[in-house]
Design a protein around this ligand. Sequence first.
Ligand code: ZN
Length: 337
Amino acid sequence: MAFREVVGHRRLLTLLSRAIARQSLTPSLILSGPEGVGKRLTAVSIAQELNCLTMDDGRSTMDAAGACGTCTVCSRIARGTHPDVLTIEPGDTGSIKIEQVRAAIDRANYRPFEGRRRVTIIEEADALVSAAQNALLKTLEEPLPASVFVLVTSRPDTLLPTVRSRCAHLRFGRLQVAEVASVLEGSEGYSRTDALTAAAASDGSVRRALDLEADAFTEARSDAEGLLQSAGRDPRTRLDHAKDLLKGGGSAASEREHLGARLMAMTALVRDAGLLASGADARLLANLDRRQVVEPMARTLGVDRIGKIFAAITRAEDALERNVSPKVVADWLAVQL
Ligand SMILES: [Zn+2]
């Protein structure tokens, strides 16, 4: 997981890799930002960029810039088994105790065993008890030679001001939906459709997409199937199913997100039905596990109807994007079916 493998945050990563190449990296860093956007991966990548075997003092010895991510050093850092890279995190009590910090500082006092720079990563640094933060101050202010401290947190404001003022502070933003989807697809084995649906509800956080995924996706798809199966039936039945696409009682943003996930699930189901109706191999389906729903849809609707329904869903998605109220969008779509 070298820099170039971290998804998103190009500007921050460029700054970091330039600083490393110029050997001017600030030895005390805070990486802050929402949960699940790649802060911890970036911290691990910093350790790799500083120690990768293909890099000479942070300068790439090969054409490709940056750490390789695959040499024995990079792999051991990624696995957490490199002697010069230490990660500390909250224990069972949920806090990081002063003893953990003292032990890390003691270790950082020694020259690196085999790498160029020792890296201490403090995960969930907001869990540092005050005494532990105070114990860190001197180290952050007068860093030990060849030693780097990286504090990772989604709540930087809870760190002592004295800690914050001694560190360079890098703020991570949320990822774009496409970036979340590419992580889910690339590293988590999601299908493109599942990845996009989960990403739509992720609020720019891979962690959130992973947490939400199973239940949220299944629920969204089941609501989508309900409305699609009512296609061609009487208007009242269709409007009843349209109600299931709405959440009700949430914030405007969460209402849109809720309907957005259902429209996306409908798109995937209708696309699958279209594939089957035009004689494509069932192995191409995105919703392979829902053949019992997709096959009857393909048979009863036929290619032309499916094309029209697909276009209607696309228009509904556009309208939602343009801030038309979710209820209006869902009702309009039900009428089109
Ligand atoms: Zn390497």
